[in-house]
Design a protein around this ligand. Structure first.
Ligand SMILES: Cc1cc2nc3c(=O)[nH]c(=O)nc-3n(C[C@H](O)[C@H](O)[C@H](O)COP(=O)(O)OP(=O)(O)OC[C@H]3O[C@@H](n4cnc5c(N)ncnc54)[C@H](O)[C@@H]3O)c2cc1C
Length: 631
């Protein structure tokens, strides 16, 4: 690392110089600490909906513009990347229009109500919220201290390895038997604890002869944490400066990140140990970014594990709290957000983005900057044929991420009655002693649509959101909820992507029911107390993701987090600026997935469009502010 220090200095100097040479920066979005003591949670759904479900009409838009003047920017989509960018811009005095196609703001942070139960869609836990970290401070400023966090259990993730010989009909029979008898499938379990050393000790207890390998793994995590600055620096610095570093090969002097990114998670684990069970345990949460260990760069996995290292948290009141507390700031600056406002086209003139056309009524809205939070491939499709469709980005080795499947279950007993813990279980069906997560998961996605339930789903993320939210019992007395997430092949459901939601027909319903019921049986075989408690049950498929969050191919986390995405070249391409003047991108596709990753993608974009290093502004304010404000 020492030999790279001068190059890091050069890189950062290039960033600084580039900022100085740019046109006049906007005002500092973080001049003062805006945290105020948290108010009581707003339970009234009508009051909440006034903020998070502002329906579009041409009349309302006209009225707003008449009163506030033209917008400084339009953002397509309202996920956490958009919310972060819009709120920072608003804090810098910009009038931003956010257009969301769904009937609620928030993207993956939206929640839905059905039969008296509320479910989050894309938020289970977030790291780095327990201490006074920069990202925690960012959320505090964006929500003016109103978004509150609850600690998830100290043993926040438990890896559950169910011994499974062949993932076939015999395995299904064993599951059925346990469901019938109300007994628990035997498994090997190992928990991740808040705190690096505590987790190491826990792992060593389970694998006493593997201490050296375990410590090596954690040392590598630290190496990636340090090298991460190099990845962030490439995104922050002007493209020409990053290109120069890459073309001259100096990039590998500037940072070790891209060298570390050349190895997959599987390769790194193979180098550390031969113990297959340990390897499975260390790779367990690849499902949080959706790429199999053999295809994911070790750096991506390390970033995630580092993010969780000191414990994880949950937004009190649920994920709709993000939008509920951020959009008032956007509006206070003269901005506006609309739902049911799908953008059908990015309008371009002379090759530059000048506005958007709404799909619903053809209204064209103009602004000097168009920012897309819709994801890379969707954005490319919104461009007119006369404009280059972001080829430098779409052809940089990236591809759609894996399709997601979510099972939402409302339970007719309380958390206490069901003895549910506010934590997560990562259950795998794989042969004991020969654990091969790559193998079983690949075999599963390679199944045909008609064979998808021929054996167990090899990976289930099982959570009980009701047990994580301290407000749940107040909101839903006597009830509890479970959400189970897994991945699947988009093609199993792709043929129905053009059909209307709720009207996709018998074939779709049958397939959805089959996979949903299988996932639920597997869950009940691990948690027998849940049997006979189901009051609400629904399944979200990749096609559901496409409908509600416009996931291009039903993916959970945007672009695939494969090795190709994390080369220096692709890192340099996937940035807020595009080759189309006035068109910018924000959110997970230009950084990485996760609430923190996508929010950072929003901050990065805000830095570019405001012509200032917003992260430096944030850190400056953090230094001047107390760690927390009195309650
Ligand atoms: C099942 C699941 C579980 C997850 N769990 C976690 C977790 O526990 N912790 C964590 O940190 N992360 C989690 N994530 C990941 C995290 O939620 C996402 O990475 C992040 O929220 C993505 O934010 P974004 O702003 O980039 O995009 P999104 O949230 O996807 O927002 C994009 C928005 O653009 C809108 N849009 C698209 N096209 C148009 C158009 N033409 N016109 C108007 N609007 C449009 C979409 O409707 C959507 O609202 C999870 C994701 C999923 C799916």
């Amino acid at each position: 690392m020492d030999s790279a220090a001068p190059f890091i200095g050069t890189g950062l100097a290039a960033v600084g110089l580039a900022y100085m040479l740019r046109s006049k920066p906007s005002s500092n979005p973080f001049p003062t600490d805006t945290r105020t003591p948290a108010k009581a949670f707003e339970h009234d759904r009508e009051v909440r909906n006034a903020t998070i479900k502002p329906g579009y009409s041409a009349k309302k838009l006209e009225k707003h513009v008449a009163a506030n003047g033209d917008f400084d920017a339009i953002i397509i989509g309202s996920g956490i990347g958009s919310m972060t960018c819009a709120t920072i811009m608003a804090k810098a005095g910009k009038k931003v229009l956010v257009l969301e196609q769904h009937d609620q703001l928030g993207g993956c942070c939206h929640s839905f109500y059905e039969k008296g139960f509320e479910f989050d869609t894309g938020v289970h836990y977030i790291g780095e919220m327990r201490n006074n970290t920069a990202i925690r401070f960012l959320f505090d400023q964006l929500t003016n201290g109103q978004l509150q966090w609850s600690d998830v259990a100290d043993d926040y993730d438990t890896v559950v390895l169910v011994d499974d010989e062949n993932q076939d009909a015999a395995s299904l029979k064993a599951i059925e038997q346990h469901v019938k008898n109300g007994t628990t499938l035997p498994s090997f379990q190992c928990s991740m604890l808040s705190g690096r050393e505590r987790t190491i000790v826990e792992l060593v207890k389970k694998f006493p002869s593997e201490e050296k390998a375990i410590r090596k793994y954690y040392d590598l995590l630290t190496e990636v944490r340090k090298a991460m600055l190099g990845f962030v620096g490439i995104k922050f610095m002007p493209k020409w400066a990053a290109t120069m570093l890459i073309k001259t090969g100096l990039v590998n002097k500037y940072t070790t990140y891209f060298k570390l990114a050349e190895k997959s998670l599987t390769q790194v684990l193979d180098e550390i140990t031969d113990n297959k069970t340990l390897k499975a345990v260390l790779a367990y949460n690849f499902g949080d970014y959706g790429t199999l260990p053999k295809d994911a760069p070790f750096v991506m996995h390390a970033v995630l594990v580092n993010h969780f290292l000191n414990g994880v948290s949950y937004p009190i009141g649920g994920s709709s709290e993000f939008a509920y507390h951020m959009f008032p700031t956007v509006e206070a600056a003269g901005g506006k957000a609309f739902v049911r406002a799908e953008v059908g086209e990015i309008v371009c003139q002379n090759g530059a983005a000048v506005g958007v056309r709404l799909k619903k009524d053809g209204t064209v809205i103009k602004a000097p900057m168009i920012i897309s939070n819709a994801g890379l491939y969707n954005t490319a499709e919104l461009l007119p044929p006369t404009v280059s469709p972001l080829k430098n980005m779409t052809e940089s080795g990236v591809q759609n991420g894996v399709g997601g499947i979510s099972v939402y279950v409302g339970l007719n007993k309380s958390n206490a009655a069901l003895n549910l813990k506010g934590k997560h279980f990562w259950a795998f069906w794989t042969k004991k002693g020969q654990e091969d997560l790559d193998g079983v998961c690949q075999k599963y996605v390679d199944r045909g649509g008609n064979e998808m339930d021929d054996g167990p789903v090899p990976l289930l993320f099982i959570s009980f959101p009701s047990a994580k939210d301290p407000l749940w019992d107040e909101k839903h007395p006597g009830k509890a909820s479970a959400t189970i997430v897994s991945f699947c092949n988009y093609d199993w459901f792709g043929e129905w992507e053009g059909e209307r939601v709720m009207h996709r027909g018998e074939g779709y319903e049958k397939r959805k029911k089959a996979i949903g019921e299988l996932i639920w049986k597997q869950t009940v075989a691990l948690f027998p107390q849940l049997r006979d408690c189901v009051e609400y049950f629904d399944v979200g498929t990749p096609v559901t993701n496409k409908y509600y969050i416009r996931a291009h191919k039903g993916e959970m986390y945007g672009l695939d987090h494969n090795k190709e995405r994390f080369t220096a070249e692709a890192t340099n391409e996937l940035r807020p600026e595009t080759d189309i003047p006035n068109l910018y991108l924000c959110g997970q596709d230009i950084f990485n997935c996760g609430i923190a990753g996508a929010a950072f993608g929003g901050l990065l974009c805000a830095s570019k469009v405001l012509n200032r290093n917003v992260y430096a502004d944030l850190v400056d304010l953090k230094k001047k502010s107390p760690p927390s404000i009195p309650k």
